[in-house]
Design a protein. Structure first.
Length: 335
């Protein structure tokens, strides 16, 4: 990617230092409409940028139109060998930028359907500079544009996430990443499951700004109930060790409560005449069954927690190349 631009405004970052990463699966019409809008916003803010589109094994050929841009110097297409899903396409893109694009100092991650508003990019970059370029800046969704049904299920997912992990989730992929954090993320194996969750789980420095989710530029939203469940499980799985420990504590609390209950039944049976014939045996039997289940759960959660610490599976910086088919320039075009 190009490194300098003599016509850039004074104080603007050099060409190639700002890269926008956009994963796409068959959504070329939306991306074709997004790029001119992104270019307009970047040009009005004096922000030259390169764009890297990650083609997540699309079934249709990319059609981005002629493309006359002022701020976007070039658009490159990274074609994956197969469809991996949104989060894994982002993981491949992050590792590729960290490994191959040495001039990139700041990376913007956004979706290609227009729901991540290009107008928020300058605001996020302003916050990024205010933080000294040391933190990930996430877009905090204060208002969503999906259907009521989707929002209800999304709130249920947030509640389950908070109960299991102890903290809320309000951010997605839309973010600005500094180079140093990008290089750190490239060796975080959890990135394979979920980008934002991996950033939180690996304790990357971060902050957020409030944003409103825009509407798709073309077509209908693709996040249905099944995909939301898969997305939620992917995010929660990143915190498996934390969840295992929290559930282990709950299991031990149930064991303690059960033992207290058994003790109370025995004391009442032996020291008072309040007992109904046969009730003590029934109560103790039920308590012992619950105790056995709690012990089994405690053992299960212990093994789950320990298994999560048995080494690496996918290492982004090491393994991303297996999934990259080819890369090519689509704007300003190959000579």
């Amino acid at each position: 990617m190009s490194a300098t631009d003599p016509d850039a405004p004074a104080g603007a970052p050099p060409r190639g230092s700002l890269v926008v990463l956009i994963p796409v699966y068959n959504d070329w019409e939306a991306l074709r409409r997004l790029l001119p809008e992104l270019d307009r916003v970047l040009a009005s803010s004096g922000l030259p940028a390169d764009v890297l589109v990650v083609d997540d094994g699309s079934l249709t050929d990319p059609d981005l139109g002629p493309g006359r841009y002022r701020a976007i110097s070039r658009v490159d297409l990274l074609v994956l060998r197969r469809n991996l899903g949104h989060q894994r396409a982002i993981a491949i893109g992050l590792a590729y930028v960290a490994d191959r694009l040495e001039t990139c100092e700041t990376l913007v991650v956004m979706d290609g359907d227009g729901e991540d508003d290009p107008g928020d990019v300058p605001r996020m970059l302003e916050r990024y500079r205010a933080e000294g370029g040391t933190k990930i800046v996430f877009a905090d969704r204060t208002r969503r544009s999906e259907s009521i049904r989707f929002r209800v299920f999304y709130q249920i997912y947030r509640l389950i996430h908070r109960l299991l992990t102890g903290f809320d989730v309000r951010v997605g992929n839309f973010s600005v990443i500094p180079r140093r954090v990008l290089e750190s993320l490239s060796v975080v194996s959890e990135l394979w499951n979920h980008y934002a969750a991996a950033a939180f789980n690996s304790r990357q420095p971060h902050c957020s700004i409030p944003t409103r989710r825009a509407r798709r530029l073309h077509g209908e939203p693709r996040m249905n109930f099944v995909r939301l469940v898969v997305h939620g499980l992917s995010a929660i799985s990143v915190h498996s060790e934390l969840i295992g420990v929290r559930l282990l504590v709950v299991s031990f609390a149930l064991i303690l409560l059960d033992l207290v209950g058994v003790t109370a039944v025995v004391v009442v049976r032996l020291t008072t005449d309040l007992a109904i014939p046969g009730w003590a045996t029934t109560a103790v039997g039920i308590s012992l069954v619950l105790l056995a289940q709690a012990v089994m759960l405690a053992l299960l959660f212990s093994f789950v927690t320990l298994s999560g610490r048995q080494g690496l599976t996918f290492l982004p910086i090491r393994d991303y190349g297996y999934f990259v088919g080819r890369s090519r320039n689509v704007h300003p075009g190959e000579p």
